[in-house]
Ligand binder design. Structure first.
Ligand code: ADP
Ligand code: ZN
Ligand code: ZN
Length: 738
């Protein structure tokens, strides 16, 4: 055995890397990590990623197979993304192949060439490059010198193609020169970035003091890593702050990456970015087809798109000249991937910013407790935008005690009266209920039978419009029973409220008001959400009913009353994060309403009017809520005052799932010094889609303690000959404990 071997991340759920011999006629020492390699794997051919070349194979040399081909001359993933993924696979203890798969567009994973279908950029010498050329610096770098001289002869720029004829390896040289700031790319489609950007029909708004301070603070430190937590109520001008910072970064020839929740990528936000920022945007979200995704990815990688906007997985977007990372609505749970490679995009954004040495701005009206805690510890710098732009005050929030109130399908008399009053003034009313369908359960008035799902520990939701019972957990459905399956009584009644039922009762109560319902059912068809939103924006008396789809991202200036129909669900959820989520949701919904000349009001219906955290939130606001909630967490030693990982298992029987976790526990006990092992215990919803679920919770007060343990434990877990009928996963920093 002579010469190095290739260590490859293969797309498989196995927790290990694989070694191969280089293909014939391939000089392995010339290969850079991050190039794609086509290799034999079992009886298949797959495309993997070169992690490194190594001298000692991890298996017997004569068992090594030969790779078929190396697909790229240059790595498809830049060094910074490779470093990020390496960090991520160690931190989340996840198979490298799946981590890599998360970072790359499908077409590249299938072997498509990683070359742009868009025109490559032209290049120009910068003032610094001119100075370098005149100085003595380049005496010993003839190739660089030749390139710079060529550029100096063409002040209008030179195409990438013709530079390739001037020196060998021009792409790598150009990258190097660009990093030194000696050359810059002129993307073909970029509008003239010298002219100050303008808003349609006018000049830029004058920043208020808080905005100006926020912009100045971050802008003063664009050359270093630092995390800024921008906390500002909805409408306080956070997006304006982002735009100014992005402009500052673009002016230095760098790119900005903006992460937003799926719902945040609404046409409004993108229009605003498009209007204000030069050049094409690269937009990465779940609605793209594979070709569109690859194109956006290449626009970002080649630096043609100077601003990249995307959801969770865009944290892996390649950037030619990264200068700033922004995470909007940083508290949003959609940043956490809940299956497969379970990463948190906000946390990875911070790690990436650190690796790149660029600032990271986390913005929210309701920051996550974790982020607030980091700000209190001085790890993040807190920037506050305390007021709405234009002085409109935040709406007052009233708690409406439902105890002993007569209810009309879940709506109290006082709320109905307030709705009537606002509609009478031709204003809009928004009602929030986080349950779609007609009623969450159907029950028999004779014998108490409940519409239980056959496959889950859950009730089937009644959808009256389609006349079906649907399980929201496994998707199983069936026609609504005509009679009770147990006692044959025909007296079956819907129990509780869903958005469909709310719509019905409101049509009855307010026959002359227009009603728009926004939930997953009413927006299933492509384009229907846009149509519904347009109807709302047209103004006029109207009731908006919606689930959390309506709570985020949109601004409804004509809404002057927001009603939270049922806050109880959130207050006593099983998860310790339930009250945090509820508080965030209440303020997010409240933030949809009102503007300077039409102040809004918020009413929360609850049977728990004295819930201490709810009281603090309503009377003293989010910062006070955070204080109270954090001290509860601290007293209970829960995150962010502890670090968790959750081992989940599911199988056809509860015993199989538990047996696997028992094995995990036995492996853990000898090495779990300082780590609490809680379980195995059945998951809160034990049976789902016909499978039994159980979990083992691992917790330690210090992150290092937990991770030192995981470093030892995870490989042992993978090395076990485990029951193949059990599916299991490890979730580091779980956001949901079920
Ligand atoms: P947020 O992102 O915090 O919800 P936005 O940045 O969207 O707030 O600002 C809300 C509205 O106020 C937008 O219409 C925006 O154009 C406008 N705006 C923001 N900052 C200013 C300012 N300094 N002066 C005037 N209007 C502003
Ligand atoms: Zn019955
Ligand atoms: Zn089900």
């Amino acid at each position: 055995m002579s010469g190095p071997i290739l260590r490859v991340a293969v797309p498989s759920p196995l927790y290990r890397t694989f070694d191969y011999l280089p293909p014939d006629a391939q000089d392995p020492s010339a290969l850079k990590p991050g190039v794609r390699v086509r290799v034999p794997f079992g009886r298949r051919q797959v495309i993997g990623f070169l992690l490194e070349t190594a001298d000692e194979p991890e298996i017997a040399p004569d068992a090594l197979k030969k790779a078929y081909a190396v697909l790229d001359a240059e790595p498809v993933l830049s060094a910074d993304i490779l470093a990020l993924m390496d960090w991520a696979r160690r931190y989340y203890h996840h198979p490298a192949g799946e981590v890599f798969a998360a970072a790359l567009p499908v077409l590249l994973r299938q072997g498509e060439a990683a070359t742009a279908t868009v025109k490559p950029p032209r290049w120009r010498l910068t003032a610094a490059g001119q100075a370098a050329l005149e100085g003595a610096l380049l005496r010993r770098a003839p190739a660089q010198r030749t390139l710079l001289e060529q550029l100096a002869r063409h002040p209008d720029g030179v195409g990438t193609e013709s530079l390739r004829e001037v020196v060998r390896d021009s792409a790598a040289l150009l990258r190097l020169l660009r990093e030194k700031g000696w050359v810059e790319a002129l993307a073909p489609e970029i509008r003239d970035s010298e002219t100050a950007p303008t808003v349609a029909g006018g000049s830029l708004p004058i920043l208020n003091d808080a905005q100006a301070t926020a912009v100045a603070t971050v802008a003063a430190d664009l050359d270093h890593f630092g995390v800024f937590l921008l906390e500002g109520v909805t409408g306080s001008g956070k997006t304006e702050v982002y735009l100014r910072l992005i402009e500052a970064v673009l002016a230095r020839g760098r790119q900005a990456l903006v992460l937003a929740p799926e719902i945040g990528l609404t046409p409004q936000l993108l229009d605003r970015f498009q209007e204000r920022l030069p050049g094409p945007l690269a937009v990465l979200h779940s609605g793209l087809n594979d070709r569109e995704r690859l194109n956006a990815w290449l626009l970002a990688r080649d630096g043609i798109a100077r601003v990249v906007v995307g959801t969770r997985s865009a944290v892996f977007a390649p950037l030619r000249a990264p200068g700033l990372i922004i995470v909007d609505e940083e508290h949003d749970t959609s940043f956490k991937q809940q299956e497969g490679f379970r990463y948190h995009a906000r946390d990875l954004a911070v790690i990436r910013g650190q690796g790149l040495g660029v600032p990271v701005v986390l913005g929210s009206a309701t920051p996550a407790l974790e982020s607030r805690h980091n700000a209190q510890r001085g790890r993040y710098r807190l920037l506050n935008l305390p007021e709405r732009v234009g002085g409109g005050s935040e709406p007052p929030i009233d708690i409406l005690d439902l105890r002993r109130q007569p209810l009309t399908e879940g709506l109290s008399r006082p709320l109905l009266e307030r709705i009537g009053a606002h509609l009478a003034r031709d204003e809009q009313v928004l009602l929030f209920l986080n349950r779609r369908g007609y009623a969450p359960v159907l029950f028999c008035h004779e014998c108490g039978w409940l519409s239980q799902c056959r496959h889950c520990d859950a009730r089937m939701t009644l959808h009256l419009r389609h006349h079906r019972l649907i399980c929201h957990h496994c998707g199983d459905q069936r026609p609504v029973d005509e009679a009770c399956p147990l006692c044959e009584s025909a007296d079956l009644r819907p129990l509780g409220q869903g958005t469909e039922r709310l719509e019905n009762v409101l049509r009855r109560e307010f026959p002359d008001a227009a009603i728009t319902r926004i939930d997953r059912d009413s927006t299933r068809r492509r384009g229907s959400l846009e149509t519904l939103l347009a109807g709302i924006r047209a103004g006029g008396r109207r009731i908006l009913i919606g689930t959390q789809m309506l709570a985020k991202g949109h601004h409804f200036p004509d809404v002057t009353l927001v009603g939270i129909v049922d806050a109880d669900q959130g207050l006593y959820g099983i998860d310790f994060r339930a009250s945090e989520r509820m508080a965030q949701l209440i303020l997010q919904v409240a933030g949809r309403a009102g503007r300077a000349d039409k102040p809004g009001a918020v009413i929360i219906q609850t049977h728990q009017p004295d819930h201490p955290l709810l009281r603090v939130l309503v009377t003293q606001g989010y910062p006070a809520f955070v204080e109270a909630a954090l001290s509860e967490r601290q007293a209970a030693l829960l995150p962010p005052f502890a670090c968790q990982a959750l081992l989940r298992a599911e199988a056809a029987t509860a015993d199989q799932a538990t047996a696997f976790l028992q094995l995990g526990l036995a492996l853990a006990e000898p090495i779990a010094e300082g780590v609490e092992l809680l379980g195995p215990a059945p998951a809160p919803m034990e049976r789902r889609a016909g499978r039994y679920r159980a979990q083992l919770l691992l917790q330690a007060p210090q992150r290092q303690t937990l991770h030192r343990f995981l470093d030892l434990w995870t490989p042992r877990l993978w090395a076990q000959r485990t029951d193949r009928r059990v599916r299991w996963s490890l979730d580091v920093d779980p956001m949901e404990l079920y």
